[in-house]
Design a protein around this ligand. Structure first.
Ligand code: ADP
Ligand code: MG
Length: 444
């Protein structure tokens, strides 16, 4: 079915064709006509199913055909997304789809200067894509005028809840005109998401594609049973296979990510890291190099990588097995996106076995175990007779207090509410700590 059949303007359909899309994805087919009709929509579909275009295309149509009520230039559509990377990604998509239209698009996120963002808001940009933290900062400073707003989108709503953005979302939505169209997108439909739907949306149409918590069908999944000590050598061994040409490696912690990256880099593998201790420009550069293929391995933590869309990731490696089944589903959604075939590899240590069982129950299927050919895991076993704790025992830390952790949003899975609502994305100094902590450096 061509995009025009959904009721989209030929100019928009043309841009979509030029982006290489031949037909709408299922979520787009279902959601676009409803959104065009002006309904509030809650869209549930796993990652990589094309949710961005499902809301951006009808928004472009609305903004390009109907003039705003007062005919003044102002913010008419607002998209909220949990991370800067997602904001940038949505912006890139929106610019692609809007290339034959005359609409202005601006982004608002932390870690970069406020001034250009304020200027863009002042100039009356029609489409604003923002993280909650910086948007609230600018609202508090009086730079945001929502009076002409017609459409609001909450993207990755489930993640925003996980990240403690509920109070921020409430503040933003409360500031919007009551008369508006609201959309919410999420990979999973939980009780909390349903509650939000009732709070933010009116008579919402639910559009759901695929079963709940179903990992991308196209991804081949394997488990390697290993030990903590053998993980790095195993990863290096697997990377000896040139078929792993664009690999996203997930680490539980930022320090772990740095450690993996250093090891790979010292073995001559082009590696970059993506986590919240990197500055915004470092993160953008890392993603760019990974997308361009100059970096073969990107080592990331969950939060930094959520929702990131990189075409042609060949493999996802769960270096650290995710304790939450939902995170597994999101991680492996990074490969096999939009019909490409990818592999998801998970390292499972004895400590992870219970989590693996939970996951297999969650996705209602077993994951095949694989043995690395030509890899002698026993060579690394002797180092660790006991594997009960994450860190091998070592001398107690010196009494000097560690500097307080900056309250970045990437500290691993904070209990909801443990982070100040507006601080997560904007004001925290992501640059303030060295890339490798002292602790990591001292480790043998
Ligand atoms: P989601 O938000 O559901 O995780 P995205 O909107 O990021 O997914 O889209 C995933 C990928 O699929 C992107 O690379 C996007 O360009 C591509 N894509 C989106 N719609 C289509 C389509 N109709 N045909 C082909 N590729 C598409
Ligand atoms: Mg998305």
């Amino acid at each position: 079915m061509p995009f025009e059949a959904l009721g989209l303007d030929p100019k928009i359909a043309k841009a979509v064709r030029e982006a290489g899309y031949t037909e709408p994805t299922p979520i787009q087919t279902k959601a676009i006509p409803l959104v065009l009709r002006g309904s509030d929509v809650i869209g549930i579909a796993q990652t990589g199913t094309g949710k961005t275009a499902a809301f951006v295309l009808p928004i472009l149509q609305r903004l390009s055909t109907k003039g705003s009520a007062t005919n003044r230039r102002c913010m008419r559509a607002l998209v909220i997304a949990p991370t800067r990377e997602l904001v940038v990604q949505i912006e890139e998509n929106a610019r692609k789809y809007a290339r034959h239209l005359h609409l202005r698009i601006a982004t608002v996120y932390g870690g970069v200067g406020e001034r250009p963002q304020i200027q863009a808001l002042r100039a009356g940009t029609e489409i604003v894509i923002a993280t909650p933290g910086r948007l609230i900062d600018l609202m508090d400073q009086g730079h945001v005028d929502f009076s002409g707003l017609e459409v609001a989108v909450l993207d990755e709503a489930d993640r925003m809840l996980d990240m403690g953005f509920l109070p921020a979302m409430r503040r933003i939505v409360k500031a919007l005109p009551k008369q508006r169209q609201t959309m919410m997108f999420s990979a999973t439909l939980s009780k909390e998401i349903e509650t939000l739907t009732n709070e933010f949306l009116v008579n919402a149409e639910i559009v759901q594609v695929g079963r709940r918590a179903n990992p991308a069908e196209t991804v081949a999944q394997f488990v390697y049973e290993t030990t903590k000590e053998a993980k790095l050598p195993l990863l290096l061994h697997l990377l000896g296979d040139a078929n792993l040409d664009s690999v996203l490696v997930f680490s539980r912690t930022k320090h772990g990510a740095d450690k993996i990256a250093r090891k790979l880099a010292s073995s001559g593998i082009n590696t970059a890291t993506l986590h919240s201790n990197r500055s915004q420009s470092q993160r953008i550069a890392a993603l760019k190099a990974f997308k361009a293929g100059t970096v073969r391995v990107l080592v990331a933590t969950d939060i930094a990588a959520r929702g990131i869309d990189v075409e042609g990731i060949s493999h996802v490696v769960n270096f650290d097995f995710p304790p939450q089944p939902e995170d597994y589903v999101h991680r492996i959604g990074r490969t096999g996106r939009a019909k490409a075939i990818g592999d998801a590899i998970s390292f499972v240590t004895p400590d992870d076995r219970a989590n693996l069982r939970d996951l297999e129950q969650f996705i209602s299927r077993g994951i095949p175990r694989k043995v690395a050919e030509g890899f002698d895991a026993s060579a690394y076993k002797a180092v660790a007779p006991t594997m009960t704790s994450w860190r091998p025992s070592r001398p107690a830390r010196p009494a000097a207090p560690r500097p307080q952790r900056p309250n970045t949003y990437a500290s691993s899975r904070p209990a909801s509410g443990s982070r100040p609502p507006a601080g997560g994305n904007g004001r925290t100094a992501v640059n303030s700590r060295p890339q490798f902590s002292d602790r990591t450096r001292r480790r043998p």
